[in-house]
Design a protein around this ligand. Structure first.
Ligand SMILES: C[S@@+](CC[C@H](N)C(=O)[O-])C[C@H]1O[C@@H](n2cnc3c(N)ncnc32)[C@H](O)[C@@H]1O
Length: 299
């Protein structure tokens, strides 16, 4: 029987809602919890004592692992400081896969290294037989001349016409900088970041759960890619924004395949879909692929 929470944005405390979700019923979980950095949320107070914050995090981490299917995955986004604690806990109850480094510049703080990445912990529930789908991302090109930024040397003829397989360092997705592109939320994530995670870890029809869904990013990514979602947030205002946005979303497809698109360009596609498209279609995925070197580099 489908869960009453399926394809819903639920306003409530994630621990209360998670307790209602059966064991092993979700294909992938993504969590972007409050960072305990005194961010100004509409209702949540982002300042707990260290021990209180960590013990609260262990509770929902343990719930996420419980509700995930044996072949499913758990992703947790945060600053490196908190991820070191989360990893210590998750290593006991799930299987570490990757620490994804999401490159994102921030303001210099002084007397410290400039924090220039967020981490995304990637765990699976079991060591073998988990769902993982290779994802291809476009070659990086110069914004001025359109030439490749990376020097492929004499191996250009062997280059994939669209792009490379995603690594654990993501430098091609920016934080939302413009106010006109964001909701009234202090730390909304870009939808195509979540779309890459959804494509990596699930197939159409699967269920993606986010216990801190904010204004709906994960739910939107899941719906665009033909997956089901369960989104939870404690804040009624965010929940309402998320519901209004999700209902308007449509499938994100190219050539009959679910793909992630940003600014009219495909930014993530499952390798299996890329391979099954004709070479003409693959070349079109990122507009015309240019083979000349980047003029800006030559200068
Ligand atoms: C870092 S933000 C998530 C933003 C989200 N990823 C997005 O793109 O919009 C953390 C969210 O957790 C919510 N929150 C805080 N405590 C919560 C709780 N106990 N249960 C559910 N949500 C909670 C806050 O209201 C906030 O929207």
């Amino acid at each position: 029987m489908p869960s009453p929470f399926l394809d819903q944005i639920i306003v409530g405390d994630c621990l209360d809602v998670l307790r209602e979700i059966p064991d092993g019923s979700v294909d992938a979980c993504f969590a972007d919890p409050p960072f305990n950095l005194k961010k100004k949320y509409a209702s949540y107070h982002d300042k707990k004592a260290l021990e209180e914050y960590l013990s609260w995090c262990e509770k929902w981490l343990s719930e996420l692992v419980r509700v995930t299917k044996p072949e499913g995955s758990i992703f947790v986004h945060n600053i490196p400081k908190w991820l070191t604690y989360f990893a210590g806990y998750l290593n006991q109850i799930a299987v570490f896969r990757h620490w994804i480094s999401w490159d994102s510049m921030s303001a210099p703080l002084g007397k410290t290294l400039l924090p220039a990445h967020y981490g995304i912990l990637y765990y699976t529930k079991q060591a073998k037989g988990f769902k993982f789908y290779e994802v291809r991302i476009p070659h990086k090109k110069c914004r001025l001349c359109g030439g490749y930024i990376k020097d492929y040397g004499g191996k250009k003829s062997r280059m994939h016409p669209f792009g490379t397989l995603a690594s654990d360092v993501w430098t091609d997705i920016h934080r939302i900088r413009h106010n006109r592109r964001r909701d009234k939320h202090p730390c909304q994530l870009p939808i195509h970041l979540l779309e890459r995670i959804v494509l990596m870890s699930s197939e159409p029809g699967d269920v993606i759960l986010d216990p801190f869904v904010g204004t709906g990013t994960t739910a939107i990514a899941a719906k665009r890619l033909g997956r089901h979602f369960i989104g939870i947030d404690i804040d009624g205002e965010y929940g309402q924004i998320a519901r209004e946005k999700v209902v308007r979303e449509e499938a994100s497809m190219y050539g009959g395949r679910y793909v992630s698109i940003f600014l009219n360009q495909i930014v993530s596609i499952q390798e299996v879909d890329c391979t099954s498209l004709s070479s003409q279609n693959v070349a079109n995925l990122s507009n015309a692929v240019r083979t000349k070197p980047c003029a800006c580099e030559i200068k």
